[in-house]
Design a protein around this ligand. Structure first.
Ligand SMILES: Nc1ncnc2c1ncn2[C@@H]1O[C@H](COP(=O)(O)OP(=O)(O)OP(=O)(O)O)[C@@H](O)[C@H]1O
Ligand SMILES: [Mg+2]
Length: 361
């Protein structure tokens, strides 16, 4: 079974007045069918740009995808909408397709805007950090959810509204048959995020990408949204990319974790393996920075001293070398490749933390 998404060597740059921002510098990862992959890293590490560039959501210019591929295995291979088979159109409209029907790859980076728009609405749902900017302030909630069903599933208006009410109930909106008439400003932040989630799952997508979906919410509501995602994972057969800067949230929700630094993956592992056996000094720093009952807040800042890399500088060596206690000559000479160090465990580091010495690569 191929992964549903296979991103290889993705590069994304922004041309700004200050120079070229090297936002994403060779990101590769896979997303397996039904799995939840967390992408973790501090602010500016390239998490959002990575996923947004896959679906044509970065501003061009100044942004540009300068290399790589993103094979999406949920649709048939033709790219011209007018020449697509019934099966491919079914995929694009987000309709259920029997598992034994043919799966072929489609390179997201090569698609036209029109094709991307269809996939975005139907097969790949997005949940952004700020629910207010994802919703239309002058359209009732019900219409916003049902609109996507009429557009992508071709449902008649009444049926779409009925389905919207069921969906809103499913994501935990009380009295959805009454609340569909409300406008976004009449909802709390947490309720708005539930609406955005309802829109993202409306067409039974193959992939849901959630970009820091809880950061704009207070702690109790954050926990509720995390619980809702866990429930959706069980109810729907969906693969999830969950982006966060907080490794603490990840344990409860992800199967695997991709740690990013300076626009590159530095470690990827099954979640328990990452917690028990981190192989990259940056990951150990992130884990050390997690709040613990026996530590005081001021301790945490000591875990990863120093500042994130300057993304205006082209990457010629390990981006973490400046802040790394273990850096030696090789780390300043070239970029460490992502190599396998165990089952489903990869790391991009020239230093072997286990052996306490340089790694043979
Ligand atoms: N429109 C833009 N123009 C110029 N630079 C940009 C633009 N969008 C993003 N960048 C730069 O790309 C880099 C990666 O940004 P990105 O938003 O992916 O970070 P992130 O990991 O999602 O961070 P955060 O946790 O703060 O959301 C940053 O250096 C950022 O300044
Ligand atoms: Mg971001």
């Amino acid at each position: 079974m191929p992964p549903i998404l296979d991103v290889r060597d993705l590069h994304v740059h922004f041309h700004t007045l200050d120079g070229v921002v090297n936002a994403v510098n060779g990101v590769s990862f896979t997303l397996e069918e039904g799995e939840t992959l967390a992408i973790v890293g501090e602010s500016g590490s390239g998490k959002s740009v990575t996923v947004m560039s896959l679906l044509g959501l970065i501003p061009v210019p100044p942004g540009k995808v300068t290399g790589g591929s993103a094979l999406y295995y949920g649709a048939n291979g033709e790219r011209d909408l007018l020449k697509m088979s019934e099966l491919e159109l079914k995929y694009l409209r987000g309709e259920a397709v029997k598992p034994d029907e043919e799966f072929t790859e489609m390179d997201l980076l090569q698609m036209s805007r029109e094709e991307l728009r269809n996939i975005r609405g139907g097969q790949i749902g997005f949940v952004f950090q700020d629910p207010i900017s994802s919703l239309n302030p002058i359209l009732p909630i019900g219409e916003q959810v049902s609109e996507i069903l009429t557009r992508h599933k071709g449902l008649p208006k009444e049926e779409a509204l009925e389905r919207a009410i069921r969906l809103l109930g499913h994501v935990g909106i009380p009295d959805p048959e009454l609340r569909v008439k409300n406008y976004p400003f009449e909802f709390s932040g947490g309720m708005r995020q539930r609406v955005v989630i309802a829109i993202a799952i409306a067409c039974t997508p193959k992939i849901v990408i959630a970009d820091e979906p809880t950061t704009a919410l207070d702690v109790t509501v954050q926990a509720q949204i995390v619980d809702l995602f866990k429930q959706l994972r069980q109810d729907l057969d969906v693969s999830i990319i969950w982006i966060t800067h907080d490794l603490g949230v990840v344990a409860g929700i992800a199967d695997r974790v991709l740690v990013m630094y300076g626009g590159r993956p530095v470690e990827v592992a099954l979640v328990d393996d990452l917690y028990d056996n981190p192989r990259h000094p940056y990951t150990t720093g992130l884990l050390c920075a997690l709040p613990r009952l026996d530590s005081v807040a001021s301790d945490r800042l000591e875990c990863i001293p120093g500042a994130p890399p300057d993304m205006l500088q082209p990457l010629v060596h390990c981006p973490f070398a400046w802040r790394c206690d273990y850096a030696f000559e090789r780390c300043w000479e070239k970029i460490p490749p992502l190599i396998s160090v165990g089952e489903k465990h990869k790391v991009a580091c020239f230093y072997d933390l286990e052996k306490a010495g340089p790694r043979d690569v």
